[in-house]
Write a protein that binds this ligand. Structure first.
Ligand SMILES: [Zn+2]
Ligand SMILES: [Zn+2]
Length: 501
């Protein structure tokens, strides 16, 4: 899902695919050889015709794995809801709706907003913007929130595409006067992926944040409950760590808890409240010396060889790491030609593991592969670490409240299973109690997050419907934090316990 600086992971080309086992006829091969241009005429980029030779048509049957891309824990597809023991605190035990009157207000508000939210979601989907460039989306969402009665600060805390939208309600009831009003934070992500648009469904996350904030506002007003809602527009989740920048600038300081959600290609009608992976992006550059590849290769230090050696070493390293760990990367360079030994190469890697401390250890093992490659080829190297993401620590008290609500709509919540991806919201969960359910939206097999198929899925009516259910669950959890001081205390206590681990 994400990574540091501007590292991106997971696109795959939709070039015309032809089964690789389907060989061309010898006549075709022969004619291709005869038509091959002379060296001097070799174009710098492959022609469309050249690409056609490689693949086209259907993938072989064995290429179709189950559509369960995001799990990293064994036992995916389990359907035993609430398999974890519920917390002892009786007031939010399973099956307890907390307040039916508030539930009705939230439901009515979201049903009323449904067409507006749908329009907003499709508008964002059809105008994808990369991380830190979400200018149009920034303007669209800030306008939407101020139209709905929130105080908006655009370009929040010096970040061009970040924003905040705040609403405060003050009750005059005796209960309200005794207690300090609490603050719930909500996050809307906005960024898309290069070439494949909203292939992580952040258009849905954007409207989910908006919907949750508006539903809580409606409930505070209708039921005369004091509280403050801070909705943050958080840029650059797919690389760049927008939330980490906001966190460092104090955007989360006032919040008692923060909530958001993320769509995924998991089995339909499921929500997931497990952890995510901590991640560290690393860029490595190899600097060698160029030479004529035939005339004087002994004069060169081959930077591409260094990249290949590093790639091979890491491929071997993978056999000795845990199944829950991930190391994946790409090679790039510039002005490469087969008759010039490359004097420069760049690799971009992401190292992931279930906890931050494991990432730190794995990161050093990966760096050793880079150093060995530089040593073997006589190249110099520079290693640059991007913005690392911590793993997600979900708040189970908020989680059970959320699960109670979404169960009303037939959504099963699984607490133990998380996603083998990473998010900058992980850092937020280390700073304050927080909830980040992954919820399923229907997609095609092998069409999970970061594929063009998922972009299509994120625009479907079914995905919108799942998002509205998620909004209702989150809004209730957020409202309860503002209304129920015992619940808020339990939320805090659970987080403090978690942070001792
Ligand atoms: Zn993503
Ligand atoms: Zn995402």
């Amino acid at each position: 899902m994400m990574s540091g600086s501007d590292v991106q992971a997971g696109c795959f080309p939709v070039a015309r695919l032809r089964p690789f086992w389907r060989r061309r006829s010898s006549a075709q091969s022969q004619s291709r050889v005869q038509e091959a241009p002379r060296i001097a005429e070799i174009p710098t980029a492959p022609t469309v015709d050249a690409a056609e030779v490689v693949r086209d048509g259907e993938l072989p049957p064995y290429a179709h794995f189950a559509n369960a891309g995001l799990y990293y824990e064994p036992g995916a597809h389990k359907t035993d809801v609430h398999s974890e023991k519920p917390p002892a605190y009786a007031a939010h035990a399973l099956g307890d709706l907390f307040r039916a009157d508030v539930m009705k207000t939230i439901e009515d508000k979201i049903d009323e907003l449904d067409p507006e939210l749908r329009e907003l979601s499709l508008d964002i989907l059809h105008h994808p913007e990369l991380g830190w460039e979400e200018r149009r989306t920034h303007d669209k969402l800030t306008k939407f929130m101020s139209t709905h009665g929130f105080d908006v600060i655009p370009h929040y805390l010096g970040l061009e595409t970040a924003w905040s939208a705040v609403y405060t309600y003050k009750s005059t009831s005796a209960k309200a006067l005794k207690e300090k009003p609490r603050v719930i934070g909500v996050n809307s992500e906005m960024d898309a992926l290069p070439g494949i648009g909203h292939a992580c469904g952040h258009n849905l996350i954007a409207i989910a944040g908006v919907g949750v904030a508006l539903a809580i506002k409606a409930a505070l007003e209708k039921h005369d409950v004091s509280g403050k809602v801070i909705l943050l527009g958080t840029p650059a989740e797919e690389g760049g760590g927008g939330k980490i920048s906001l966190l460092k600038r104090g955007a989360y300081k006032e919040m008692d808890a923060c909530i958001m959600c993320h769509p995924s290609a998991t089995p339909v009608d499921h929500a997931y409240l497990g952890p995510s992976l901590a991640s560290q992006p690393i860029d490595v550059e190899f600097f060698g010396h160029g030479a004529h590849a035939a005339w004087a290769p002994w004069e060169a230090q081959n930077a591409l060889d260094a990249a290949f050696l590093a790639y091979s070493s890491i491929s071997v390293l993978r056999q000795q790491i845990k199944p829950t760990h991930r190391v994946h990367g790409i090679v790039s360079g510039k002005d490469w030609a087969p008759n010039i030994i490359p004097d420069y190469s760049k690799m971009r890697w992401i190292v992931r593991a279930p906890t931050w401390s494991e990432v730190e250890i794995l990161r050093d093992r990966v760096k050793a592969c880079f150093e060995a490659a530089a040593h073997a080829t006589g190249c110099k190297l520079t290693i640059t670490e991007g913005v690392g993401y911590k793993d997600l620590r979900q708040n189970n008290i908020l989680g059970h409240q959320y699960a109670n609500v979404v169960a009303r709509y037939g959504v099963t919540t699984v607490f133990e299973e998380g996603m083998a991806a990473s998010t900058d919201f992980g850092d937020v969960t280390y700073a304050l109690p927080a909830l980040h359910p992954g919820y399923s939206i229907p997609t095609v097999p092998n069409g999970a997050n970061h594929t063009p198929q998922f972009t299509e899925a994120a625009g479907k009516a079914e995905a919108h419907k799942s998002t509205l259910i998620t909004i209702k669950g989150l809004a209730m959890a957020g409202f309860r934090l503002l209304d129920d001081s015992a619940f808020a205390g339990e939320v805090r206590k659970a987080w403090e316990e978690q942070m001792k681990e």
